[in-house]
Design a protein around this ligand. Sequence first.
Ligand code: OSB
Ligand code: MG
Length: 369
Amino acid sequence: MKLERVEVRHVALPLKHPFETSFGATTHKQFLLVSVSADGVTGHGECVADADPFYLPETNGTVFHVLRDFLVPMALRLEIDHPRLLLGALGQVRGHEMAKAVLEMAVWELWARRENAPLYRVLGGRGGEITSGVSVGLQKNPATLVDKVAEEVAAGYRRIKIKIKPGKDLALVAAIRERFPKIPLMVDANSAYSLADAPLLRQLDAHGLLMIEQPLAWDDIVDHATLQRQLTTPVCLDESIRSVDNARHALDLNACRIINIKVGRVGGFSGMLKVHDLCRARGVPVWCGGMLESGIGRLANVHLQTLPGFTLPGDTSASARYFEEDLIDPPVSVSSEGTIAVPEGPGIGHEILWPRVDRATTWREEWKR
Ligand code: OSB
Ligand code: MG
């Protein structure tokens, strides 16, 4: 297959509520949407980079630069025998996993549409449903957080994750545990702590958490291993895992017992498959993270979670938690049992609402072979 055209759009969608983490608050989801065309078929991918480099170093600006000046010219010259070979073919570019991933994901989606198959099938997954968890941002006080958690538990979500940061940690967990002693609960620090905080983090062990996600630096593995030795709560890595080699190093050093896979953070679906396969071979559970994706990226996450190693509920929740109007029809919805139906249509499997995408597009650029 030879790509004939690549289009990049910058899309801005207002969030219903600001989403606050230890690294800042987001009020608008701003992302790059990449479309690739070959033989009269077009596939789409949503980039997980943000406007700022506060989660990981890439931004919409760096992704656009690397796509325009390097990845798109390379991809337009390639003969693509299978999308799983694309990440390797772009290997001359070091790092920039989010930029590689969005291009690669669009090519897989195109591949699925060409075969008239749902994305999960070309990835090696299965149909049916997935189980869903939620990520609850930092709130103005513990009472508001507990109310928010109560709402999500009532909605049926199978696992609750809350964001923590220094000064907003133990008291929040204790408040939730007082009201809900037994719910599957976890915390995500987004790299807000250091090893000096180990005594404080050790106090979380008393609360029976499923895991603590990315307590230490975004590019660290060694300190996480030191911390994991001091905790009974499993450490889960998010930011630190940007390749299968990062995952192998983390597992070899016992830096974590669980891995959060975000397809956009590991160079795309082929990187996701490698991390998934490694963890499965080692008996390490994985789950699918989220980046407040619009329906396009959200559905990609639904499909990939049908792979057998995704044994824990992920952060893929209903479109309506984030957006007044999502870009897909139907939007992603979650049943009262906390499940999401896996689409059976070609590619991501729900229709993209192009008039809405057009209204949300702030600029676009395209390249042809
Ligand atoms: O660390 O998982 C994270 C959102 C933005 C950036 C990083 C993270 C998150 C979330 C939200 O936790 C997950 C979601 O609901 O999409
Ligand atoms: Mg995280």
